[in-house]
Design a protein around this ligand. Structure first.
Ligand SMILES: [Fe+2]
Length: 252
C-alpha cells in the first residue's frame, strides 16, 4: 500500500497545485493532508473548499485550523506581538470562510492509523501523537532520547506528521518518523514545497521518502506581499528564503 502525505498548506494555492500535480504522478493508494490548511496565507477558504471537494483525500486537523475554528483570540491573551499579529490573522481568516467550511474543518480527526498488515501500523498526526498545543512538535534538532519521550507508547512501525516546516525521514530505534511538512512555506532553508511518500512493501518493510517540488515562488511571494494579510512581507520572505521570517523567534 502506497501513501502520499503533505501538510501545512497555509492558504497557499500555487504550492498546493505543485504538490498535487507531483502526487498525481505517484500512483498512490491513499492521499493524506496532515493539517494546517489555513492561515499564513491569503486563500484559506479556497484550500479548505478544494479538500472538501476531494473526499478521496483524508485530512487530519492542525493547530492553526483549531485556532480559527475555536476562535482562539476570544479565549487567550496574546503572549507576544508575534501572537497578537497571528490572532488578528486568525480572526480575519475566519471572516473569509463559510460556516460550512468551518464546520467541516472542525470535524477533521486528530489522528488516523492505517494498518496495511496486521501488526504493522502507520500512525498520522499533526504535531505529536498526544497533543497539538503551540509548543508540541518533533523538530529534527531533538536528540533520539527526546524524540523517544515524545512518541512513548506508540507502537506503529511508521509515524507521519507535519507542523515543523522542514521535511525529513528519521529512524528512531526500529520505528521510522516522517515529517511531511510543508506545502506553504519551509523553515529549513529549502523554499521548495514538500511532500512525503510512505509505502508498505510487506513483511514489515517500508519505504519512506521526503520529496520537494518547484513552482514560481517569486510570483507567489509578491501575491502574499500585496494581499489582505497584515505584514504580508513576512510571509513573502519565508516563501523566498525557506526560512522563518524572524530567526530569533522560531516557533519550535
Ligand atoms: Fe502546525
Amino acid at each position: 500500500m502506497k501513501f502520499a502525505l503533505y501538510s501545512d498548506i497555509h492558504a497557499q494555492i500555487p504550492q498546493l497545485d505543485a504538490v498535487q500535480e507531483a502526487v498525481a504522478k505517484e500512483n498512490v493508494d491513499k492521499e493524506i493532508v496532515i493539517g494546517d490548511l489555513v492561515m499564513l496565507g491569503p486563500d484559506s477558504d479556497k484550500v479548505v473548499q478544494r479538500l472538501m471537494d476531494s473526499p478521496h483525500i483524508d485530512v487530519v486537523v492542525g493547530n492553526l485550523d483549531l485556532w480559527v475554528v475555536n476562535k482562539r483570540w476570544e479565549t487567550h491573551e496574546p503572549k507576544s506581538p508575534h501572537q497578537a499579529w497571528m490572532f488578528e490573522m486568525a480572526k480575519k481568516t475566519r471572516e473569509q470562510m463559510t460556516e460550512e467550511q468551518l464546520e467541516w474543518l472542525g470535524k477533521r480527526p486528530f489522528s488516523i492509523t492505517y494498518t496495511p498488515e496486521l501488526g504493522h501500523d502507520f500512525k498520522i498526526f499533526h504535531a505529536t501523537p498526544y497533543s497539538i498545543g503551540d509548543d508540541d512538535a518533533i523538530p529534527l534538532r531533538l536528540s533520539d532520547e527526546a524524540v523517544k519521550d515524545k512518541i512513548k507508547g506508540v507502537t506503529a512501525d511508521v509515524m507521519a506528521f507535519g507542523h515543523v516546516h522542514g521535511a525529513y525521514v528519521r529512524e528512531i530505534g526500529d520505528q521510522t518518523l516522517v515529517c511531511a511538512a510543508a506545502v506553504g512555506m519551509s523553515w529549513d532553508g529549502d523554499n521548495r514545497p514538500a511532500y512525503a511518500i510512505v509505502e508498505y512493501l510487506g513483511g514489515g518493510k517500508w519505504h519512506c521518502e521526503a520529496k520537494r517540488v518547484d513552482y514560481d515562488f517569486e510570483t507567489q511571494a509578491k501575491y502574499n506581499e500585496d494581499s489582505w494579510i497584515e505584514h504580508g512581507e513576512r510571509i513573502a520572505s519565508m516563501i523566498r528564503t525557506g526560512k522563518f521570517w524572524n530567526p530569533a523567534h522560531m516557533p519550535h
